[in-house]
Design a protein around this ligand. Structure first.
Ligand SMILES: [Zn+2]
Length: 132
């Protein structure tokens, strides 16, 4: 989908800043705010760090992006994939792991367990791989 359409569909005004951040995220897939700033500056876009943060934040609030925190470094990454999905972590690399069967299995397994004090919203499994 076109970046402008995605932004508009989320109920946000399409601005050059939002389009640039969305396009950077499309290429980076999982990225810290610093990664986004670095890419924009490399492409000759001198957007400020605070503007990039503001745009990323508005994208998260409107469901354009999701967030994932790296289980080993604790760093927060923005994720272009906002659907329910799991991740494989290999060193610094973050890889989407989309397996509906696994997600459904976990959901079914946990359904009705007494030690789950509420309804399950999303299942996001983090699988950490050994570094080769
Ligand atoms: Zn992801």
């Amino acid at each position: 989908m076109d970046s402008g359409e995605t932004i508009k569909d989320a109920g946000l005004k399409v601005t050059p800043q939002r389009k640039a951040v969305f396009e950077a995220m499309t290429q980076l897939c999982h990225a810290t705010a610093d990664d986004v700033v670095t890419m924009l500056h490399r492409n000759g876009n001198d957007m400020t760090v605070s503007t990039v943060y503001r745009v990323l934040d508005s994208f998260c609030k409107t469901g354009i992006l999701s967030q994932v925190s790296h289980p080993e470094t604790g760093r927060c990454y923005y994720d272009i994939n906002a659907r329910e999905h799991s991740h494989l972590f290999s060193g610094k690399q973050i890889i989407d792991y989309d397996d509906e069967e696994l997600t459904e299995m976990v959901r079914k397994y946990l359904k009705g367990k007494e030690d789950i004090p509420g309804k399950i919203n999303r299942v996001q499994i983090q699988i950490i791989l050994n570094e080769v």
